[in-house]
Design a protein around this ligand. Structure first.
Ligand code: ATP
Ligand code: MG
Length: 261
């Protein structure tokens, strides 16, 4: 079976820094793969390369068997940008301050339909559908980003990504700026959505507690390179690489718990 995403020897240099060095991994449908490693290890770079937001120096990224371009042009964003979405730590920065929640979703729904005209009633019901899908209410429709809480803003950004019907969402520290209780709600939402909507997540985080609860598999990066990869339970109970051991030791975490089915 073809993997949803397969990354082979991906490289990216910034000046004399290897931000990604021979990075290879695969990601299956409906799988959650965590990308961990210390600050500057190249996690965001790998996410951006896969989402086409950064040009690749060398290596291959295949999505559903198709080779993705090294450099994205406008057509490539139309072709792949919907299926591979990316969400970030700071939803406020990702939202137009003058767009209400309904405006954000209407714009995304139009893009999802390649700019084809949509009736007002269609846009309105689509907006309500996606607000509801991420646990927002119709009363949030007309709110501007600054009139939503941090958790609500992240839900809105998730709704905007989801209405493109993506197969993959690259999540770069999506809960790091949120309170722990809100983090748990957003993680629950993402976990539910991957089943309901059939999406895979490449989940970038420095928080190993989140990884334990949430990810199926983990990829550990160090200075641009993958040093270890494994099923979450195995990696935590039996780390193979010194760097992984170091990472686990410096971040004490409670005993591993199976994520709820
Ligand atoms: N646009 C850029 N120009 C120059 N150097 C960059 C650029 N983006 C990233 N880098 C460098 O590439 C390396 C990897 O950065 P990256 O942001 O991918 O790390 P990260 O693992 O996401 O770190 P963090 O956990 O702090 O977010 C760092 O040394 C960084 O300074
Ligand atoms: Mg980063």
């Amino acid at each position: 079976m073809t993997a949803l995403l397969s990354v082979d020897s991906l490289c990216k240099r910034f000046g004399d820094v290897d931000a990604a060095k021979d990075v290879s991994f695969v990601l299956d449908s409906e799988e959650i793969l965590a990308l961990v490693g210390e600050s500057g290890s190249g996690k965001t770079t790998v996410g951006r390369l896969i989402a086409g937001l950064e040009n690749k120096d060398s290596g291959e990224v295949r999505f559903q068997g198709h080779l993705l371009p090294m450099t994205y042009g406008q057509k490539d964003f139309l072709r792949w940008g919907r299926e591979i979405q990316m969400i970030f730590q700071n939803p406020l920065g990702a939202l137009n301050p003058f767009f209400s929640a309904a405006d954000v979703l209407a714009e995304a729904l139009r893009f999802a339909r390649s700019g084809k005209a949509m009736k007002r009633s269609e846009l309105s019901s689509g907006t309500d559908f996606w607000l509801d899908a991420v646990g927002l209410q119709s009363s949030h429709r007309n709110r501007l980003p600054h009139q939503l809480s941090g958790g609500q803003r992240q839900r809105l950004v998730i709704a905007r990504a989801l209405c493109m019907e993506p197969r993959l969402i690259v999540c770069d520290e999506p809960v790091s700026a949120l309170d722990v209780s809100i983090q748990a709600q957003i993680l629950d939402l993402l976990r539910r959505l991957r089943k309901e909507r059939g999406v895979s997540l490449l989940f970038i985080t420095h928080d190993l507690n989140v990884v334990r609860q949430f990810a199926d598999r983990v990829l550990v990066m160090y200075r641009g390179a993958c040093v270890e990869e494994g099923a979450t339970g195995d990696l935590f109970s039996n780390p193979q690489h010194d760097y992984t051991r170091h990472l686990l030791e410096t971040c004490p975490v409670p005993a591993y718990q199976e994520p709820p089915a």
